[in-house]
Write a protein that binds this ligand. Structure first.
Ligand code: BES
Ligand code: MN
Ligand code: ZN
Length: 498
């Protein structure tokens, strides 16, 4: 999807030749002498239109209005939530009209945050997965133009940020949605290289030989059962001085989780193609970074492999040695996420990071605890936890802090290794986090369990793109003010799902 924002009065909007023109009308709107203003005034007078958020009136081929279809939509006081309601109300009509280009005009100057809300709502509603369909149904909305009475620095900045975030979210959704045979570890590595190929970026994709040399025995033990070769992806973005410690993001990249020898039941196992949603969110963040070029340093690490049962697969009771030197008794091969993440966390130490955040569809227990509304947040650093909670609120991509009391680690004790990979059914999301914490002692660390939030099941089955919004808001809050601000190219850039 392409986004653009231009100054556009209602008189100017009358000349717009698009096939879908949406006019957002707030309370207190002052009409001019143009055809759209007249339409609004007449419709309000006749009580055929109201300014409550989401109230609509549509018309076709009106004299003085070049667009073939026009929708007037009320947006009350024009708050972000009301703009979201207004646009959500009109989107089904736009979709069924099969418009390719949509123009949304704010009849009165919008709040900067409302511009973001408008863009996000359109992007969210118009994403359609088509990659593995032989005949994609219908025409896709590919272009959104936002018209505002006048461009201010604040609205421009808000728009650029929203456009970059929306494109990052789209990348995350797209990769998470792709079936496991269309999103192998190798393909994820290639995608990372495509996304991180511009100036200020580097990307390295390690294979089995390099990973073995690093001593990632835990990660390798998960990959052993699959014919698909593992990949360890290292993406770097240098937007600030080298002296500035980076934030490291670690995304769980299990491209399919059968459970391994501790195999999962058949029902809904297909959804385990989404088990690389953490990795997809890292790719999404890097896409957004490539568009916004903020003054920060970020590293993205993705341990990617399949978890399969096989004659060579790791077995319950096997003991493996992690990169940290700690030995692990694998009591359940379905608790594989923590086994790939722990080696990535140890690898993260070399960046002397300001903070490390891992993002993982880690436990069914987290879905039981928090459902699909908030991601589980675990953190060893209160400041980091606070910052992530706040970023989630701003991005409308919520999380909730969970405990890390030492008592929760009790069940992870093993008679045959330093630690076991599971600790009993109770408090499963916390014991998983306690396991990871053993490998995150060298830095300030947070863990986001997105098992409940990364995708939707049922009829609306599909990835959500979470928590790209949360992560980007967090990262942007770190932007240094002393570095020269590079002009964003988001509004001129085509979306490319690498
Ligand atoms: N990828 C799953 C977690 C998951 C399950 C996410 C269902 C979303 C929906 C993870 O690898 C897993 O299998 N975890 C086990 C851990 C258990 C064996 C301790 C789980 O949650 O059952
Ligand atoms: Mn599993
Ligand atoms: Zn898994």
């Amino acid at each position: 999807m392409n986004f653009e924002m231009t100054p556009l009065s209602l008189a100017g909007a009358c000349q717009d030749k698009s096939d879908a023109l949406i006019v957002l009308v707030p309370e207190g709107f002052l009409p001019g002498k143009d055809a759209i203003s007249l339409l609004i005034s007449h419709a309000l007078e006749a009580k055929d239109f109201e300014l409550k958020a989401g109230k609509m009136l549509s018309a076709y081929r009106l004299p003085g209005i070049q667009a073939s279809r026009i929708w007037l939509v009320g947006c009350a006081q024009g708050t972000p939530a009301q703009v979201k309601t207004a646009i959500s109300a009109v989107m089904p009509a736009i979709k069924s009209a099969q418009s390719k280009k949509m123009v949304v005009v704010f009849a009165a100057a919008p709040q900067a945050q409302a511009v973001q809300a408008a863009l996000f709502t359109v992007a969210e509603a118009s994403y359609v997965y088509t990659t593995t369909l032989s005949k994609p149904a219908g025409r896709k909305l590919t272009h959104l133009k936002l018209g505002v009475p006048a461009l201010s620095e604040a609205t421009q900045q808000s728009f650029d940020q929203a456009a970059a975030l929306a494109m990052g979210i789209e990348v995350a959704k797209e990769w998470a949605n792709r079936p496991a045979n269309h999103a192998t570890p190798t393909m994820l590595g290639d995608a990372a290289k495509m996304i991180a190929k511009g100036a200020k970026f580097t990307c390295e994709v390690l294979g089995l030989k390099e990973v073995a040399k690093l001593g990632m025995g835990s990660f390798m033990s998960v990959a052993k059962g699959s014919r698909e070769p593992l990949r360890f992806i290292v993406m770097q973005y240098h937007g600030a001085a080298k002296t500035q410690a980076p934030v490291v993001l670690v995304g769980k990249g299990i491209t399919f989780d059968t459970g391994g020898i501790s195999i999962k039941p058949a029902a809904e196992m297909d959804e385990m193609k989404f088990d690389m949603s953490g990795a997809a969110s890292v790719l999404g963040v890097f896409k957004s970074l490539s568009l916004l070029k903020p003054a920060i340093n970020v590293v993205g690490l993705i341990p990617a492999c399949e978890n399969m049962p096989d004659g060579l697969a790791v077995k319950p009771g096997d003991v493996v040695t992690s990169m940290s030197g700690q030995t692990i008794e694998i009591l359940n091969t379905d608790a594989e996420g923590r086994l790939v993440l722990c080696d990535a966390l140890t690898y993260a130490e070399r960046f002397k990071p300001k903070a490390v955040i891992d993002i993982a569809t880690l436990t069914g227990a987290c879905v039981v605890a928090l459902g699909s509304v908030r991601s589980g947040l675990f953190a060893t650093d209160d400041g980091l936890a606070q910052a992530l909670l706040q970023a989630g609120e701003k991005a409308m991509d919520l999380c909730w802090r969970m405990p890390l009391d030492e008592d929760y680690a009790e069940g992870l004790k093993s008679n045959f290794a330093d630690v076991a990979n599971v600790g009993g059914r109770a408090g499963g999301a916390v014991t998983a986090a306690k396991f990871l914490q053993r490998f995150a002692k060298a830095f300030s660390w947070a863990h986001l369990d997105i098992a409940g939030t990364a995708w939707k099941g049922g009829a609306a089955k599909g990835a959500t793109g979470r928590p790209v919004g949360l992560l980007m808001h967090y990262l942007l809050s770190h932007e240094t003010t002393n570095a020269p601000k590079t002009k964003t190219s988001a509004r001129r850039t085509q979306t490319g799902i690498a």
